[in-house]
Design a protein around this ligand. Sequence first.
Ligand SMILES: NC(=O)C1=CN([C@@H]2O[C@H](COP(=O)(O)OP(=O)(O)OC[C@H]3O[C@@H](n4cnc5c(N)ncnc54)[C@H](O)[C@@H]3O)[C@@H](O)[C@H]2O)C=CC1
Ligand SMILES: CC/C=C\C[C@H](O)/C=C/C=C\C=C\C=C\C(=O)[C@@H](O)C/C=C\CCC(=O)O
Length: 262
Amino acid sequence: MALMGRVALVTGGAQGIGRAAVEALMRSAAKVSVVDVNQDCGDACKSELDAEFGGGSCAFIQCDVTDGDALRADAFQKTADMFGRLDIVINNAGINNEKNWEKTIGVNLTSVIKGTYLGLEHMSREYGKQGGTIINVSSMAAFMHSPHQPVYTATKHGVIGFTRAMADASVLGNYGVRINVLCPAFVDTPLLHSVEEEDNMGKFVKFKEDFKRTMDKFGVLQPSLIADGMMRLITDAALNGAVMKITCSKGIHFHTYEPMSA
Ligand SMILES: NC(=O)C1=CN([C@@H]2O[C@H](COP(=O)(O)OP(=O)(O)OC[C@H]3O[C@@H](n4cnc5c(N)ncnc54)[C@H](O)[C@@H]3O)[C@@H](O)[C@H]2O)C=CC1
Ligand SMILES: CC/C=C\C[C@H](O)/C=C/C=C\C=C\C=C\C(=O)[C@@H](O)C/C=C\CCC(=O)O
């Protein structure tokens, strides 16, 4: 019941890691806005959550996070209007498409930036709000670059750099918003299976056996463990600018950076 009275918004919340995060938040008594482009998945998700948690604790908002106006009006503003506040934002939506790599940048990086700025508009003291927390989802691809998905890898590097910079800005600006980044290794979701598809991988699909060997070597996680990591980032008030890594070998742990020397 740690999050009773709190309101969360999760992009890409209708399936996979986002769905696991939504369930973890609702088990902690938060109200949750599930933002997802997939209407059918979202409707099914909402029905299942209402059956498990009772009506009134979640909303599904169909929205393509790359549509900035819709993200602002349909996702963030509607959530604040429906539930009266916003406390937690998880910028989770992501795709793997090396053919339409511009779209990958749009979903995985540009929309995370927009979602972070919109979250601050609804939570930051600079806007007269009460504070809150933001989680941006990167990947272990930012630590072990993947020749199979170069643009995906670039976006995940960008999410870490942006998030760490914004965490420092939040301190300097006294925003009252903690901003952290989460880097899972391979997780058993539909996204992971897209690496088999030429439509997603383009010319890099010929490397899929190498990719699968890497997956076999490092193992595949369950979405529920990623949700556990997210709940840690949400509930541990000491964490701001943290880079959480989740792997089969080390579980939930944090990346540490060498201090910058003059
Ligand atoms: N599955 C994995 O092995 C890993 C995934 N991640 C990251 O975790 C996040 C979630 O991935 P998964 O749950 O695995 O994927 P998934 O494909 O299972 O779920 C992603 C959800 O995001 C939604 N989505 C996609 N594009 C969207 C858009 N433009 N607007 C709104 N919603 C959109 C999809 O409809 C789907 O419901 C992504 O950022 C991904 O890069 C990071 C490391 C490992
Ligand atoms: C379409 C989705 C495809 C991939 C999903 C994901 O985003 C990509 C992951 C790419 C690489 C994953 C690497 C996993 C590494 C490990 O599990 C580590 O155990 C490797 C060893 C050391 C890393 C250092 C550390 O854990 O601190």
